[in-house]
Design a protein around this ligand. Structure first.
Ligand code: NAD
Length: 262
């Protein structure tokens, strides 16, 4: 299927590793020009070097946990034309007991996981509206529904993204701009590898990975981590011309871990 993304300009936040990097790679393979973002110049350069996309990739380091960082990213990407596709993927997660989550931690999770997407969408929606075409995708999580007891602050941010995405889709009614959330389930990324190591401590990673679904995620119907490319394919379809009738949706790519069919 030709997704009709040739020549589109896509900004994928947090695309120096994991799911974001796979999304950038997939969109570029579909003919889009992609903006690669991460917190540091070093991580952006490493991703650009790894992806080998030539002039189809533009690197812009910016810390999206601050208003200034979001403004820098917008200013630098605007220099390359109107952003057609915005993927709000940058996110942080870390296991922490509820009683140990400080005010600062709550705020940091909210700023990085929620405010970054709000700030970028607010800045980029108007030009999309004016050209009568745009795609905004928030990378939420199954944790928006299955609030993880080991990181309630993370769950809060992922639920908040559902509200923002749905409300924004309503705001952009009949404009040609669609807004959706994708809810991945456990997906083997660099960030998740670190997370599993944090939870498992010094024990054997391969064994922990194998036991994770039996012990921690028994409701998963695939009983394995998704591959980042599987999530990226779902996102790419939502960005396509063919997905024009899908907006205001929460699309699950969660291995069936949430025990409902809708
Ligand atoms: P990851 O840690 O491998 O990658 C996260 C990316 O976000 C990195 O490129 C990092 O540089 C970037 N990032 C983090 N903070 C940033 C900041 N302040 N400014 C700019 N960039 C920043 O993580 P991942 O597993 O690929 O997760 C990506 C997204 O998918 C997150 O929003 C996460 O919540 C969501 N998600 C992941 C899973 C999973 O199991 N991997 C499941 C559901 C949802």
């Amino acid at each position: 299927m030709n997704l009709g993304l040739n020549g589109k300009l896509a900004l994928v936040t947090g695309s120096t590793s994991g799911i974001g990097k796979a999304i950038a790679k997939t969109l570029a393979a579909e003919g889009a020009q992609v903006v690669i973002n991460g917190r540091s110049q070093k991580s952006v350069d490493a991703a650009l070097n790894d992806l080998q996309l030539g002039d189809r990739a533009i690197g812009v380091p910016a810390d999206l946990g601050t208003a200034e960082g979001c403004a820098t990213l917008i200013e630098k990407t605007n220099a390359h034309g109107t952003i057609d596709i915005l993927i709000n993927n940058a996110g942080i997660f870390q296991p922490q007991e509820f009683s140990a989550i400080s005010d600062d931690d709550w705020q940091r999770f909210y700023d990085v996981n929620v405010m970054s997407g709000i700030r970028l969408s607010r800045a980029l929606m108007e030009p999309m509206k004016q050209q009568g075409w745009g795609r905004i995708v928030f990378i939420s999580s199954e944790s928006a529904i299955n609030i993880p007891v080991e990181m309630i602050h993370y769950g809060m941010t992922k639920t908040a993204q559902l509200a923002v995405s749905r409300g924004l889709a309503k705001t952009l009614k009949a404009t040609g701009v669609t807004v959706n959330c994708v809810l991945p389930g456990p997906t083997w990324s660099e960030g998740v590898e670190q997370f599993v190591k944090d939870v498992a401590g010094d024990s054997d990673l391969a064994k922990t990975k194998e036991a994770f679904f039996k012990e921690n995620r028994p409701s998963s119907l695939i009983q394995r981590f998704a591959d980042v490319n599987e999530v990226a394919a779902t996102v790419a379809f939502l960005c396509s011309q063919q997905a024009a009738a899908t907006t205001g949706s929460a699309v699950r790519c969660d291995g069936g871990i949430v025990d409902t069919c809708f």
